[in-house]
Write a protein that binds this ligand. Structure first.
Ligand SMILES: [Mn+2]
Length: 319
């Protein structure tokens, strides 16, 4: 493990950077990448922010989101930084760009992170955005309102609006500092959670209508085919957050949401409420995450994906 100080030193000695977010980007990876890229630019360095996927609609308001590059439009840089990526595969099509750098940096808060870079800073926290704020403070540019907005969105979204068990005093202190720097909590909350496209709201209804309980109500499972998503007029990205409604059902310990991402490709999202280690389930399937929130991808049919996830969830309940 390397210190943030050593990473700041490496950054100070270089001027050409690529900051990469993970596939199916969430608020933490996007906010962290955009804030760090902006801080590097403020220091007079070249910095490209890159992601395999387009920025989801709900995060388009983040300052700098319009400059986020898709992998095919980015070029290799001398130093590459991965933010919020538990393993290198999470970079998707940005992985070759990451590997092409002379020096690589990995900043993350996932316990399953396997230290795949030259410099690795991995520490448990509410969000990777907390680490990026500490790094920016070490680098020197005072976080401006745009950086503060990105980092506040990162921490707010990954801590479930400061409500998950991952929320720490450090998460709240970071948020307070970011509000002092110009982040607007009400506006960021409204943009991310209170501005729901019609199709996404319909998708929530369809998912909950199809929700089934197993193991005396301790496992909640819902499946969404590509056709289900399309029939609601929704996009795949609109599935984000739906699993929280499954976990919230009284008595449910493990929540499972399976969505068809492409023909024969199923993304399995997992949440647990009190004790089940869904990170362990995801890791055993080649995925990753935390004890309470994790996911993996599986090939085959929806039925196979569902029965496989149920078997693993039953084991996690017994462990
Ligand atoms: Mn995160």
């Amino acid at each position: 493990m390397d210190s943030l100080g050593a990473i700041a030193e490496l950054i100070n000695q270089n001027d050409d950077f690529l900051v990469a977010a993970h596939v199916s980007p969430d608020g933490d990876t996007l906010g962290s990448a955009l804030a760090l890229a902006r801080a590097l630019a403020r220091l007079g360095k070249r910095a490209q922010a890159v992601c395999e996927d387009a920025v989801p609609h709900i995060y388009e308001f983040l300052p700098g989101a319009a400059d986020m590059l898709r992998s095919e439009n980015a070029r290799p840089a001398r130093v590459a930084v991965a933010v919020d990526c538990a393993d290198a595969q999470r970079l998707g099509s940005a992985l070759p760009l990451f590997r092409a750098a002379e020096k690589t940096i990995n900043i993350d808060h996932h316990e399953t992170n396997n230290a795949y870079a030259d410099y690795n800073f991995v520490e448990k926290a509410g969000a990777t955005g907390e680490h990026v704020l500490r790094l920016i403070n070490l680098l020197g540019p005072e976080p401006d309102a745009d950086m503060a907005t990105c980092l506040y969105a990162a921490i707010m979204s990954d801590t479930g609006s400061f409500a998950y068990s991952s929320t720490t005093p450090d998460s709240l202190r970071a948020a307070a500092m970011l509000v002092e720097r110009g982040a607007d909590p009400a506006r960021i909350n409204r943009r991310i959670y209170r501005t729901i496209p019609f199709g996404k709201q319909k998708l929530l209804g369809a998912t909950l209508t199809g929700l089934a309980l197993h193991e005396n109500g301790r496992i909640g499972l819902a499946c969404l085919s590509a056709a289900d998503i399309a029939s609601c007029g929704a996009l795949e990205e609109d599935t984000e957050g739906i699993i929280d409604h499954i976990r919230d059902v009284e008595g449910v310990e493990v929540a499972i949401l399976i969505r068809e991402s492409a023909s024969g490709v199923f993304k399995v999202s997992l949440r647990s409420k009190h004790f089940a280690d869904v990170g362990g389930i995801a890791a055993s399937m080649g995925g990753g995450g935390h004890k309470r929130a994790a996911g993996y991808t599986v090939l085959g049919s929806m039925e196979e994906a569902a029965s496989g996830a149920l078997t693993l969830a039953r084991e996690a309940l017994r462990a």
